[in-house]
Design a protein around this ligand. Structure first.
Ligand code: ATP
Ligand code: MG
Length: 264
């Protein structure tokens, strides 16, 4: 069953005039796009910088309004016509993690407040404090860390906090926009493992924007390749990576640094 269905989804931005006498320009960040995301699947979105990846996911989540086209999530329209009530419902359904674990955490709130905030904001029933501690432990943080502030954590721990916040309300869809790229290699591997574990235990649909094909290979059953605001290739990750159809996908794969095997 399709959890998300986008039809003819398009987004234009008006780029302001460079000078008083220059002309405003319309830039199409997303060409009319159709996309189906099956419930329980894991979709990787790859493509060079500026290809429209973030624009696409923002539209899918009702965080931005399309210039044209429609998005339905679980059969409900979430694009331009969506009511406040539908958008609230969509917030409950989704969790979001972004690239920069520092910018996305309010420095004046404790980790526990940050992680628990969606429970209050979305009016989720149950023992909220207990849920916060549970989810902190799930991402590998100690309960006493709930009372500390973001600056007291390392970058990797902050990204764990961001992840805990994204899953605390038990979303059915988890969206990561480059959630791993600000992290060093070891921390990245740990968070990647966490995401694999979450997928296994929580019946999540995962949408992951990444420059890192290795991450997509590990985590995603389907891959979507974007270029210049359009999807140029899509399919099962294994087959797309084994036998890329589009020149651009080939180039992207060729650009992946190959780590030499250690000497025997
Ligand atoms: N708010 C905006 N106003 C004007 N142009 C925008 C806006 N947001 C995005 N764009 C333009 O739309 C295009 C697609 O941007 P988008 O952020 O979706 O790319 P991306 O694939 O996520 O890139 P990156 O990998 O660098 O994050 C780019 O050319 C960008 O400059
Ligand atoms: Mg982006």
């Amino acid at each position: 069953m399709n959890l998300i269905e986008a039809r003819g989804l398009q987004r234009d931005f008006v780029v302001p005039r460079p000078t008083t006498f220059g002309r405003a320009r319309v830039q199409t960040a997303l060409e009319p796009t159709d996309l189906d995301i099956v419930a329980g699947s894991s979709v990787g979105i790859i493509g060079e910088s500026g290809s429209g990846k973030s624009t696409l996911v923002r539209l899918l989540l009702g965080l931005d309004r399309p210039t044209a086209g429609t998005v339905a999530v679980d059969g409900r329209t979430v694009d331009a016509g969506a009511s406040a009530r539908t958008l609230h419902w969509l917030r409950r359904l989704t969790g979001l993690v972004f690239q920069d674990p520092y910018a996305s955490l309010d420095p004046r709130m404790t980790a526990g407040q940050i992680v628990g905030e969606p429970l209050w904001a979305l009016d989720v029933a149950g023992d909220r404090r207990a849920r916060v501690l549970e989810v902190l432990s799930q991402v590998g943080l100690e309960p006493e860390m709930a009372d500390r502030y973001p600056h007291e954590f390392s970058g990797g721990q902050r990204q764990r906090i961001a992840l805990a916040r994204a899953i605390v309300h038990r979303p059915r869809i988890l969206v990561g926009d480059e959630p791993l790229s600000a992290l060093d290699v070891t921390v990245r591997a740990q968070i990647l493992e966490l995401l694999v574990e979450l997928r296994r235990t929580a019946d999540l649909t995962l949408i992951l924007v990444s420059h890192d094909i290795g991450v997509v290979q590990n985590l995603c059953d389907t891959v979507v390749v974007m270029k210049d605001g359009a999807i140029v290739e899509r399919g099962a990750t294994a087959s797309v990576l084994r036998d890329p159809r589009h020149d651009y996908t080939r180039a992207l794969l060729a650009a992946v640094p190959v780590i030499p095997a250690p000497p025997a």
